[in-house]
Write a protein that binds this ligand. Structure first.
Ligand SMILES: Cc1cc2nc3c(=O)[nH]c(=O)nc-3n(C[C@H](O)[C@H](O)[C@H](O)COP(=O)(O)OP(=O)(O)OC[C@H]3O[C@@H](n4cnc5c(N)ncnc54)[C@H](O)[C@@H]3O)c2cc1C
Length: 416
C-alpha cells in the first residue's frame, strides 16, 4: 500500500477499513541469498538498499527482539555531518543527503526536521578548532557557519551568557543538521524492505554461525537453522557477543548511553544545541519534551539502563548551559548499549571468514549514519567492494595504525 494524502482522505471516508499491516510476519525459509543479523536501523536499511538499489532478492533480516527495540528507537534523534576527518566527512555528508530525500524514497513520514545543530565554543582555542572543522565541512560540500556570541544570543537568549563558568563565545552552526523521529526510521525501512520481498523475522535470535572450510554456510537461530549465501552482521551494541559466536574478537567495547526527556513545555528550543565545555546536548521534540543526553557510563555493560552518577553529570551540564532547565521535571530516562570502537569510528568490512561481513563500532553516533550505513553495507555485500565513502572503515586500520580518531582521544573507547 502506498501512503498519500489521497489515501488518508479515502480511508477517512470509508471508516479506515482499508489499512493493511505495515510489514508481513513470514515464516523463515530454509535458506536465503543474504541474511542480515540485527533488525535495527542499519540492518533494515541494508536490506532495503540491497533490494532497491542493488536489485538483490532472497533477503532476510533476523531480529532477536522486535523492530525498533534496540538503539534505533532509543537514541536522541540527532542527524548531522559536522565531521572534520577525511575518513568520516564524505560518509556522513552522503548520509545527510540520503536523509534529505528519505521520506519520498521510502514513502513514510519519518519527520525529518532540518532545524539546525549548533556546537557552542567557550574559548579562543575552541573557536579555532571549530573554524577548522567548519572549513573541512565546506571543502567536502557540507554547510557550516561560525556564529559569534551575539548571533548565538539572538537565537537562544536563555543560555547562560552571564556569570557562566565557561562563557559562550560563539558556535559552529550546521543548518542542515537536525532531528528525525527515530522509530519511524525503523518502521519506514522495514516497510520499504518488506514491500520489496525482504522477510523480516522478529523473535529470531542468532545463536551461532555454521562455518566450514573458512566459509559461512548459515546461522543457527532460535527458530532453527537458516542457510545463507552471505551473512551481514549489524547488531550495534551486541557486536562483540555476536561476532564471538564466529570466533572473532573485535576492537570494540560495549557501554551504556542514557537519554532523558522532560515534561512537555511550550516551544523554546528551535534546533539542537551542544555544550562545548562538558558533554551535554539538547533539543525539543514536537510534543514539547526537552530531549537531552551526555556521556556514556564509563564501565562496560550490556544492560539497557544506566547509573545515577551519569544522571547527575548530565544534569550538571544542563544547568551550566541553560539554568532554566532546572525548573523542568524529568519525565523519562532509558539506556542503550553502544558499540564503542577504539578510535570512535565505525567498521564496515569483510571478515576473515568468506561470506561473513561486519557493520558496527557506531559509538553513540550511528543514528545519523543509518541511511549511508545501510547503503554502503549493501554495496559491500552485493559487490564485494567497499563504497567510495567508506573505504577507510576497515578492520586493518587498527593493525596499520590508520586510526580515524575524530576526537583525538587515542585507544580509549569510553572517551570517544
Ligand atoms: C541514548 C542514546 C542516544 C543516542 N543518540 C544519538 C544521536 O542523537 N544521533 C546519532 O547519530 N546516534 C545516536 N545514538 C546512537 C545510535 O542510536 C546507534 O549508533 C545506532 O542506532 C546503532 O545502529 P542500529 O540502529 O542498527 O542499532 P540497534 O537498533 O541496536 O539494532 C541492532 C539490533 O540487533 C539485534 N540483535 C542483537 N543481537 C542479536 C542476535 N544475536 N540475533 C538477532 N538480532 C540481534 C538487537 O536486538 C537490535 O535490535 C544514540 C544511542 C543511544 C542509546
Amino acid at each position: 500500500m502506498r501512503y498519500s494524502g489521497f489515501r488518508v482522505l479515502a480511508e477517512a471516508l470509508t471508516g479506515h477499513r482499508g489499512w493493511t499491516a505495515v510489514w508481513r510476519d513470514p515464516e523463515p525459509q530454509p535458506a536465503y541469498d543474504y541474511v542480515i543479523v540485527g533488525g535495527g536501523g542499519h540492518g533494515l536499511a541494508t536490506a532495503y538498499y540491497l533490494a532497491r538499489e542493488f536489485r538483490q532478492a532472497r533477503i532476510a533480516v533476523l531480529e532477536k527482539g522486535w523492530i525498533g527495540g534496540g538503539n534505533v528507537g532509543r537514541n536522541t534523534t540527532i542527524i548531522r555531518s559536522n565531521y572534520l576527518l577525511d575518513g568520516n566527512q564524505p560518509f556522513y555528508e552522503f548520509s545527510l543527503k540520503l536523509w534529505e530525500g528519505l521520506e519520498q524514497d521510502f514513502n513514510y513520514n519519518a519527520m525529518v526536521s532540518q532545524r539546525g545543530i549548533l556546537n557552542l565554543f567557550h574559548s579562543d582555542a575552541q573557536r579555532d578548532a571549530y573554524t577548522r572543522r567548519g572549513n573541512a565541512m565546506i571543502l567536502h560540500g557540507a554547510d557550516a557557519r561560525i556564529l559569534n556570541r551575539d548571533q548565538v544570543r539572538a537565537i537562544y537568549p536563555f543560555l547562560n551568557f552571564d556569570n557562566a563558568r565557561f562563557p559562550i563565545k560563539g558556535g559552529l552552526l550546521q543548518k542542515r543538521g537536525g532531528t528525525v523521529r527515530h522509530d519511524a526510521v525503523a518502521w519506514g525501512y522495514a516497510r520499504g524492505a518488506d514491500q520489496r520481498g525482504v522477510d523480516i523475522l522478529q523473535n529470531c535470535e542468532v545463536t551461532g554461525f555454521r562455518i566450514a572450510q573458512g566459509r559461512v554456510l548459515g546461522v543457527d537461530t532460535s527458530r532453527g537453522f537458516i542457510g545463507a549465501g552471505k551473512v551481514g552482521v549489524a547488531v550495534a551494541g551486541s557486536s562483540s557477543r555476536v561476532m564471538a559466536l564466529a570466533g572473532m574478537r573485535l576492537p570494540i567495547e560495549s557501554h551504556v548511553l542514557q537519554a532523558f526527556v522532560s515534561e512537555g513545555l511550550k516551544p523554546v528550543i528551535d534546533g539542537v544545541i551542544t555544550f562545548g565545555a562538558g558533554h551535554f546536548y539538547v533539543s525539543q521534540s514536537d510534543k514539547g519534551g526537552l530531549v537531552f543526553g551526555g556521556d556514556i557510563d564509563g564501565y562496560n555493560s550490556y544492560a539497557q539502563r544506566g547509573n545515577l552518577a551519569v544522571v547527575e553529570d548530565v544534569a550538571e551540564g544542563g544547568m551550566a548551559l541553560m539554568p532554566m532547565i532546572g525548573r523542568a521535571r524529568l519525565l523519562r530516562t532509558w539506556g542503550g548499549i553502544m558499540d564503542m570502537s577504539m578510535d570512535g569510528s565505525p567498521i564496515i568490512d569483510r571478515t576473515g571468514i568468506d561470506g561473513l561481513y561486519f557493520n558496527g563500532g557506531w559509538c553513540y553516533g550511528g543514528f545519523k549514519a543509518t541511511p549511508a550505513s545501510g547503503w554502503v553495507f549493501a554495496h559491500l555485500l552485493a559487490t564485494d567492494t567497499p563504497h567510495p565513502t567508506a573505504t577507510a572503515y576497515r578492520f586493518d586500520r587498527f593493525r596499520k595504525g590508520l586510526m580515524i580518531d575524530e576526537k583525538g582521544q587515542g585507544a580509549q573507547p569510553n572517551l570517544h
